[in-house]
Every structure is written in structure tokens, then in C-alpha cells.
Design a protein around this ligand. Structure first.
Ligand code: GLU
Length: 267
């Protein structure tokens, strides 16, 4: 393999996990952001055309379910949310299947719970399923199984799920799309806030700063993203938190441009 360093290595990533959250998939009025999904699927298809393998971890089951059922907001009972997720997950896959088919790709749905970690047989079967799908050039679309897993729907977060997926698929790169430009040293609304470009320090200290900023001033879920990326980097996988407003930024990440925050893989 040719010598490369940090950002320059990202172009060599062969297997990539991309995570997108509900807020990127929907407008503030709750309707689906078809434009962004359209761009995301085109970018992923192009990466597949380049010979890369892409796994998409997508939220949106509950969000799209609420919208499909024309509800004002998500139900306040667990069973209500589980039912809504069952509807929304179908809608989500319908949209992905439609979009990817424009570029000649099929999608395969994997709804998982953390039993795939605790049960060795399920663990192995899941790995095999991923590998078969990737061999078939299918885009695996992964979400938590919100409709059956009570704990998941209550505490689940797809940032952690994306880390677990990067682990079990032995991915080279994890890209978490979010609504800020990356991980800042304080709240991004603060004019003095500085964006971390490359993070080498994988200690828990760096993660705690995200918790502080997130909990007080609503930087919205940065803690779980930083945690997921730190863990991935610890395991030797590069991980990037980047603004998914325009998913074409994924090309910039892979081209080694200085976008978002890269958690440099531990060698
Ligand atoms: N699995 C949830 C959903 O699809 C979202 C969980 C998360 O975004 O962390 O609605």
C-alpha cells in the first residue's frame, strides 16, 4: 500500500459507513427532505461506481412515520412510537429503494438490536449478511429495530449503532453527518468557538467537552457522535463528523479536504 498520512489516507478507504440522522432527513415542519436524500443516494451510488462499499445507517423511522400518519407529533407511549416506527421504516426504505434504483443499485434492510453483540450466532450471521450484501453490490441500510426493542426506542442512538456497524463490518471509515460543521471546543453559536480539524487525543477528556457543550446549549447530540468516533478511532478506523447539509461534502472528506472533524485512527 502507498504511504499516506491522516486526511490523505481517506481516499484509500474501501469500506465506508455513513450515518444520517432524522434531522437531516426531514424539514422542520416534519416533511421529508427529498432533495437531501436524493443527493445522498447519488453520492453513495457514485462511491459504489468507484468500487467502494458503502453501508448506510439511517434514522428516520419514527420521524417519517409521524409524517406518513399525519400526526402532529410523535406518540408519547412506547407502543405508539413502536407502531409509528413500523410505518415510517417502510416509508424510509421505499424512498431509498426508489432513489437508489435511479442509479441501478438495490437496497437491503437490516434492522438490528444489541442482541447481535451478545449472541455469538446472531453476531456471526449479521456479519455474513453484510458481507453477502456488499458482495452483491447492494447498499445495506441499517437502523435500530425500533418496533420490537423497547430499550432501543427509549435509549437507542444511531451514532452508537453506526460505530457498532463499523466494527462488525470492519469498515475503514465512519462518516457521521450532522447539522454543524463538526466538533467545536465550545458551543458553535459562540463566535470564539473553534472547530477541531484533526483529533489525535482519543482520551475521554475530549469527549467530556462535547457533553458540556451539548447539554447546556443544545448542540444536539454531539456527545454521542464524539463518543462513536472516538471509539471507532481507538479501534483503528478513521471517523469524521461533518456537516451533512449538502451530502456532496462526502466527496470532500474522501478527497482528504479539511472538512469536518477527523478522529485520526489509532495505528
Ligand atoms: N432509530 C430511530 C429512528 O429511526 C432514531 C434513533 C437515533 O436517531 O439515534 O427513528
Amino acid at each position: 500500500m502507498t504511504e499516506c498520512s491522516e486526511r490523505g489516507c481517506l481516499k484509500d478507504a474501501k469500506r465506508i459507513v455513513i450515518k444520517i440522522g432524522t434531522s437531516s432527513l426531514t424539514y422542520e415542519n416534519g416533511k421529508t427532505n427529498l432533495k437531501r436524500i436524493g443527493i445522498l443516494t447519488r453520492v453513495i451510488s457514485d462511491l459504489m461506481n468507484q468500487g467502494k462499499e458503502v453501508i448506510l445507517v439511517s434514522s428516520g423511522a419514527v420521524g417519517l412515520g409521524v409524517n406518513t400518519l399525519k400526526m402532529e407529533e410523535k406518540p408519547d407511549t412506547v407502543s405508539g412510537r413502536q407502531a409509528v416506527a413500523a410505518v415510517g421504516q417502510c416509508k424510509l426504505m421505499q424512498i431509498y429503494a426508489q432513489n437508489f434504483s435511479d442509479y441501478g443499485y438495490s437496497v437491503g434492510q437490516l434492522l438490528i438490536t444489541n442482541t447481535i453483540i451478545s449472541n455469538p450466532e446472531m453476531h456471526e450471521n449479521t456479519i455474513n449478511t453484510f458481507n453477502e450484501l456488499l458482495k452483491l453490490k447492494v447498499v445495506p441500510v441499517v437502523n435500530e429495530n425500533d418496533s420490537v426493542a423497547v430499550d432501543e426506542i427509549k435509549f437507542g442512538d444511531n451514532d452508537n449503532l453506526s460505530y457498532i456497524v463499523s466494527e462488525i463490518t470492519d469498515a475503514d471509515l465512519l462518516i457521521i453527518l450532522t447539522d454543524t460543521d463538526g466538533y467545536y471546543d465550545s458551543n458553535p453559536n459562540n463566535p470564539d468557538a473553534k472547530l477541531y480539524h484533526n483529533i489525535y487525543d482519543l482520551s475521554e477528556e475530549i469527549e467530556k467537552a462535547a457533553g458540556g457543550a451539548g447539554s447546556k446549549l443544545g448542540t444536539g447530540g454531539m456527545l454521542t457522535k464524539v463518543h462513536a468516533c472516538r471509539m471507532a478511532a481507538e479501534k483503528g478506523r478513521d471517523a469524521v463528523i461533518v456537516n451533512g447539509n449538502d451530502p456532496e461534502i462526502i466527496f470532500d472528506v474522501i478527497d482528504g479536504k479539511d472538512v469536518g472533524t477527523l478522529f485520526v485512527a489509532k495505528k
